[in-house]
Design a protein around this ligand. Structure first.
Ligand SMILES: Nc1ncnc2c1ncn2[C@@H]1O[C@H](COP(=O)(O)OP(=O)(O)OP(=O)(O)O)[C@@H](O)[C@H]1O
Ligand SMILES: O=P(O)(O)OC[C@H]1O[C@H](OP(=O)(O)OP(=O)(O)O)[C@H](O)[C@@H]1O
Ligand SMILES: [Mg+2]
Length: 289
């Protein structure tokens, strides 16, 4: 049996649930049902819902074999776990910020000053690596308020859009840590349970597919070579003969290919120019190379 720890609420819950659904492992129940355990379509794989901040420890201690949580939380807890895959969502930075009108321009100006944060370990490590002594004050939320009430001179806090800093008249003067959500595993479980790698492959296949599109088109035989040159594909395009209803019609081929999503706009226009028509661009659910 494999137990996966998943954030039970907060901003990581929904994207994690939909990632598992897309990976072919839909989870029954969720945050709204307030349950702590859930099942998947695989009888061997069970879900444990936990706070994102607790997941690194649960995985380290073996309460869960695998977990999904932010790299900032994993690093802050100093968890001894194996990071298997960057899931590329929940992107946020821990930034060093000071009041807008502050004289402090860089970390070096903060020698002997007070820094408030929800991430004391990462903050200590950051200043230590720069050889700067600060007093780290641990808070459990509303960190942005602390410089304005004399509790701290600066903060190290999560920023993603930057709106919260702006509203609170703070400015970022350095990036301390860049975080995304990761798939992590208990080291012993990883050695003993092969299925953990199947979970990694399934999640990775969804990430791979998000960057690609499936392209289908009809191509006059005479244009096939030009079309082929435009299509990189995973292992070259698939070409099929299209049965024409009228014998007088020009002979067409159906061409299918997998293309980088970023290239679709340019490629579709070029394909049209060399004679391709009835072009369809469709999303792909999963790619297992
Ligand atoms: N704008 C953001 N603010 C806070 N955390 C974010 C943001 N964007 C991504 N994250 C990531 O989400 C994780 C924190 O999730 P967590 O569930 O603990 O907090 P939350 O979503 O703010 O929920 P809560 O309402 O309990 O504060 C961290 O790994 C963090 O890097
Ligand atoms: O750069 P932004 O997009 O504005 O996001 C950053 C803010 O979001 C988070 O707070 P959250 O809303 O989770 O409230 P909390 O402090 O109560 O957790 C975080 O602690 C910052 O305050
Ligand atoms: Mg929060």
């Amino acid at each position: 049996m494999i137990r996966i720890a998943i954030p039970n609420k907060g901003r990581l819950h929904e994207p994690t649930m939909s990632l598992f659904k897309d990976a072919g492992l839909p989870i029954s129940g969720g945050a709204e049902s307030r349950i702590l355990f859930a099942k998947t379509t695989d009888p061997d794989i069970h879900i444990l819902f936990a706070r994102a901040a607790d997941i690194p420890e649960y995985v380290q201690d073996g309460a869960a074999d695998v977990g999904i949580t932010g790299m900032d939380l994993i690093t802050e807890r100093g968890a001894e776990v194996e990071a298997l895959l960057d899931l590329k969502f929940g992107r946020a930075s821990l930034v060093l910020a000071v009041p807008e009108d502050s004289v402090f321009q860089s970390a070096r100006d903060l020698e002997g000053k007070k820094v408030a944060t929800e991430f004391p370990e990462i903050t200590r490590q950051y200043f230590k690596s720069l050889g700067i002594n600060v007093e780290v004050i641990t808070v459990s939320g509303a960190c942005e308020m602390t410089p304005h009430v004399g509790i701290a001179d600066a903060i190290v806090d999560i920023s993603s859009s930057g709106t919260t800093l702006l509203i609170n008249h703070l400015k970022a003067i350095d990036t301390v840590f860049s975080s995304t959500v990761h798939l992590i595993a208990n080291k012993k479980s990883l050695r003993e349970k092969e299925k953990i790698l199947d979970i990694k492959t399934a999640l990775e296949s969804v990430l791979n597919a998000k960057k690609k599109r499936y392209l289908m088109m009809n191509v006059p035989e005479a244009s096939l070579q030009a079309v082929k040159e435009l299509l990189p594909g995973m292992s070259g395009p698939t070409v099929m003969k299209v049965e024409s209803s009228r014998s007088s019609e020009e002979s067409f081929l159906a061409v299918h290919s997998v293309v980088d999503a970023d290239l679709i706009f340019t490629i579709v226009n070029k394909l049209k120019n060399v004679g391709a028509r009835d072009i369809l661009v469709v999303p792909i659910e999963r790619i297992m190379p």
